[in-house]
Ligand binder design. Structure first.
Ligand code: A2P
Length: 276
């Protein structure tokens, strides 16, 4: 897929949330890259950046052929702290640049009252500096909904390249997607499998069976056809490979629409009520 600054971003991305640091993570990243994933997504708070870096190095694929994303954790919001946090992330990854750096969660009014928007604006200024200095190629947001995005855009010199949000059938995120489309912000999906809870769904299994595919593959394909970039996590080689095999079939318009009618369901926190 293409970002608003001209860079390309490969889909699907390989997720590492909850992937334990150490051998499990190193092996998962190596396995993913051997499978063909070139986009790896991590975050400071996942605690596995060192292992992601090691997996990348052990893959034998040159760094510049890969697309690496990390995220600024909530305790580091603000201008100077953001600059320092990015430095630490690069150190832990053992890399000298990131392809994409995201603000992991917006400061919200529940925690920060009327200061919330100003904190996000300040943090965004630091992200812009990192992009200007080419420490990171692209900068973006995560878990920002329209009420968080709008104040950032008012004073932004760089429009965020990406907004990474929870997205899957049952959580269609129509308002956020509409705003992102209007502004040229690519939407990425975390938990595109509904953290596994959608995998037994009879409709998804039945549609998958028509193509000889699993419900997981149907969910990832559904994201791609909606032009949302899925980030999919697994620590199992077989599933890592299964989740990459999503380009040999196409869901019909009717199938796409029927999947969108699955009942409402949110797995993770809402950014307005998150207290972490
Ligand atoms: P595991 O890492 O043990 O394979 P989401 O991306 O929606 O958050 O879902 C991730 C969860 O789904 C993880 O618990 C992962 O477990 C599991 N998972 C990933 N891919 C598959 C798959 N193809 N089939 C079944 N479960 C999967």
């Amino acid at each position: 897929m293409k970002l608003n600054n001209g860079y390309e971003i490969p889909a699907p991305g390989f997720g590492t949330f909850k992937t334990p640091d150490g051998e499990v993570c190193v092996n998962a990243v190596r396995e993913a890259i051997a499978t063909g994933y070139i986009h790896i997504d991590t975050a400071a708070v996942y605690g596995n950046e060192c292992s992601v870096g090691q997996g990348v190095r052990e893959s034998g694929v040159p760094r510049e052929k890969l697309f690496i994303t990390s995220k600024l954790w909530n305790t580091e919001r603000g201008y100077d702290t953001t600059l320092r946090a990015c430095e630490k992330t690069l150190q832990d990854l053992g890399m000298d640049y990131l392809d994409l750096y995201l603000i992991h969660w917006p400061a919200n009014e529940l925690q920060f009252g009327s200061r919330a928007a100003a904190i996000n604006v300040d943090t965004w200024r630091a992200m812009e500096r990192l992009a200007d200095e080419k420490v990171v190629r692209s900068v973006g947001l995560s878990n920002f909904y329209p009420s968080h995005i709008a104040p950032v855009l008012v004073s932004a010199n760089i429009v965020p390249a990406v907004d990474q949000i929870e997205y899957h059938p049952g959580l269609l995120q129509e308002d956020t997607i509409a705003l992102c489309r209007e502004k040229g912000i690519l939407v990425e999906a975390w938990s595109p499998l509904g953290r596994g809870h959608l995998l037994e769904d009879p409709l998804l299994c039945e549609i998958g069976a028509r193509y000889g595919k699993s419900s997981a593959q149907v969910l990832l394909r559904w994201c791609i056809q909606n032009e949302v970039l899925p980030l999919v996590k697994s620590v199992h080689a077989e599933r890592i490979r299964e989740n990459f095999d999503i380009f040999s079939f196409v869901l019909t318009a009717e199938e796409m629409a029927s999947i969108a009618t699955l009942p409402p369901f949110r797995y993770g926190s809402h950014p307005d009520t998150a207290t972490f």
